[in-house]
Design a binder for this molecule. Structure first.
Ligand code: SF4
Length: 290
């Protein structure tokens, strides 16, 4: 008898989307949000050391993608289209749309909703796919978000921006150069056991195993971290209020204003981005509702 866990684990190891990315010469756009050391482990094909429970989670994510892909096909999209920097989920050339599905936990879903949508790493990924497909400013990058636990959905979109794509391509090239040089060191902001990113990493034991040094915290450390958390929380909520107040005043603004250029699309309600002249663009607008 094969258990469901074995079935799901076997599926991901033989067919998993992450493993498929190795066919590319460099890192794919899907690695933008991931720990660079982990990306290095995958690039150098280090053996997976931790398969549970994250491997089955990845399998469930792959299966959700397959199901949604079938629905996209019914609506005229091409799905699973490979480019130089990874495989995009869906593309509709007549409508000039590139779609990427993110199936996420309830915690991440709620966090993204509170942040007016997915993080920069997700938009960079979409823009790199757009670049691979020869998109221009008439194209739209669409991010569909699905909560695996509740079934809630949200769709966000932004016009394809060649400057964002160029900056993302540059960043991806730098990350690729770093992993080609070897497996990068553990980043300063990762701390092994107890760190949710490391806890869901398939290389956790390989990364931290020989080191003994999953940090051990005494009471004084915990007190220090708790105080740090509270202090950060206070500034975070203050910053969020300031951000929301500024954002409300941006609505409808269009054009250069001193050091920044504000773009706003009247055809897509609440779509606006702030373009710092340094070249980095930040999406500040919630693009489409749940
Ligand atoms: S265990 Fe943590 S630090 Fe190590 S590769 Fe994975 S995510 Fe990165």
């Amino acid at each position: 008898m094969i258990t469901l866990t074995e079935l799901l684990t076997g599926y991901e190891i033989s067919n998993g989307l992450a493993r498929e990315d190795r066919k590319h010469d460099g890192l794919t756009a899907s690695t933008f949000g991931s720990c660079l050391r982990r990306a290095g482990m995958e690039y150098h094909e280090k053996p997976i050391t931790d398969t549970q429970p994250t491997t089955t989670v990845a399998t469930v994510g792959s299966m959700i993608h397959m199901g949604v892909a079938m629905l996209w096909v019914k609506h005229g999209y091409d799905v699973e289209v490979s480019g130089d920097h990874g495989t995009l989920d869906a593309i509709h050339r007549e409508r000039r749309e590139i779609r990427d599905l993110k199936s996420v936990t309830r915690g991440r879903f709620d966090y993204w909703m509170g942040q007016n949508g997915p993080p920069d790493s997700v938009w960079k990924q979409g823009h790199v796919y757009g670049h691979d497909q020869g998109a221009d400013e008439t194209w739209t990058i669409i991010i569909d978000v699905l909560c695996r636990e509740s079934g809630r959905t949200a769709t966000f979109l932004t016009p394809y921006d060649p400057d964002v794509a160029a900056a993302a391509m540059e960043e991806l090239a730098a990350r690729t150069a770093a992993v080609k040089a070897g497996v990068p060191d553990i980043p300063d902001d990762r701390y092994g056991k107890g760190d949710p990113v490391c806890e869901s990493c398939p290389f956790m034991s390989a990364c931290w195993g020989e080191r003994e040094e999953h940090p051990v915290f005494d009471d004084a450390d915990i007190e220090k971290f708790a105080l740090e958390y509270l202090a950060a929380q206070a500034t975070e909520s203050e910053a969020k209020k300031r951000k929301e107040a500024a954002k409300a005043r941006l609505h409808g603004a269009q054009g250069p204003y001193g050091q920044v250029t504000v773009k706003w699309s009247p055809t897509k309600a609440s779509t606006y981005t702030v373009n710092k002249q340094a070249g980095k663009k930040i999406t500040v607008g919630r693009v489409s509702g749940e």
